[in-house]
Design a protein around this ligand. Sequence first.
Ligand code: PBG
Ligand code: ZN
Length: 367
Amino acid sequence: MFKRLRRTRQNPIIRQMVAETQLSKDMFIYPYFVTKGSGIERPIAAMPGISHFSPDTLCRDVEACLRLGLNKFLLFGVDEPKSADAHSAHDPRGAVPTALRRLKAEFGSDAYLITDVCVCAYTDHGHCGVLAGNTVLNDPSIALLAQMALTHAQAGADMVAPSDMMDGRVAAIRQTLDQNSLEHTAIMSYCIKYASSYYGPFREAAGSAPKQGDRRAYQMDYRNSNEALREAEADTDEGADVLMVKPALAYLDIIRRLKDHSLLPVACYNVSGEYSMLKCAAQQGLIDEAAMVMENMYAFARAGADIIITYHAKELLQKVGCKSSKHKKELNKLRKKWVFSLLLINFAARNNFYGCKTRFCALDSFL
Ligand code: PBG
Ligand code: ZN
């Protein structure tokens, strides 16, 4: 006697019925790099398919995303003046606050706006806080981060996402926001952020690589997993609304442990190195890009991620969008053909729809 596990794999309908993991477009957050100026859409060499946008071109791209059903965006500022005290990080005339005001004016509450809060793209040394000698000072850095978060929230950010890994920054940001009547601005904490080589392409895109040394004195050691839960507990106590694990692909075990451990929503960040590896392999014709992206997204969801931050989001939904507009075209053709019989139209349309649905079953949950 043996078990026949293949029974529930026989055709798309039964596979769909027993599928344990669902994805939805509501889970995705799409990152953007924002620069000052106008008319700019500058491709990033290290991240094929991703560009720097000025606030005006950003609005057009966001509009295209909204049409695809993608409505959560994570903004990073680039090309800002760099200094030792990172004062441009909390300048209300900076690229991110300017973009926030424009996006809010144009899209209101249709677009949910999240900002990355960290100073590495604004310091002349490229570290994520205030530097003294070779040390990143903790407490002066959290004051600076709280100021930056406040500037973003005042410009219209719905949520701020500190990515610096200083101790106590969630509490400092929460307190500053509350003191300024911004108690509704949410905090997504990059609470489990590892010191990782997977951020390489991002640092090129954001111009945020440290000039000297690395980030191992503040980001986490990838050999540790209990410590990740201690980070999560600390940020939960300090008032985080969402907890994030970063990177994602090499850290699925951490996503799972966090999901089992915490009652807060869990996000994962499918980072630049993970994105560019896949893109480059696809450009070489070595892999089936769409299929592999889908496999990765399901892996994040299966590991326990409620929210997925990914540079693939727009293209992924464009592809799904193509499939569903193909449905619509076929349906319309049928409608014209059977214009005299309402019953027949509905029957044919339904059959056609189901036919399409089973053919593209991996994407069904988006439709
Ligand atoms: C800023 C920040 C980084 C990323 C997000 N916020 C880079 C870093 O910590 O060096 C990485 C994002 C990515 O690689 O896609 N601290
Ligand atoms: Zn940083």
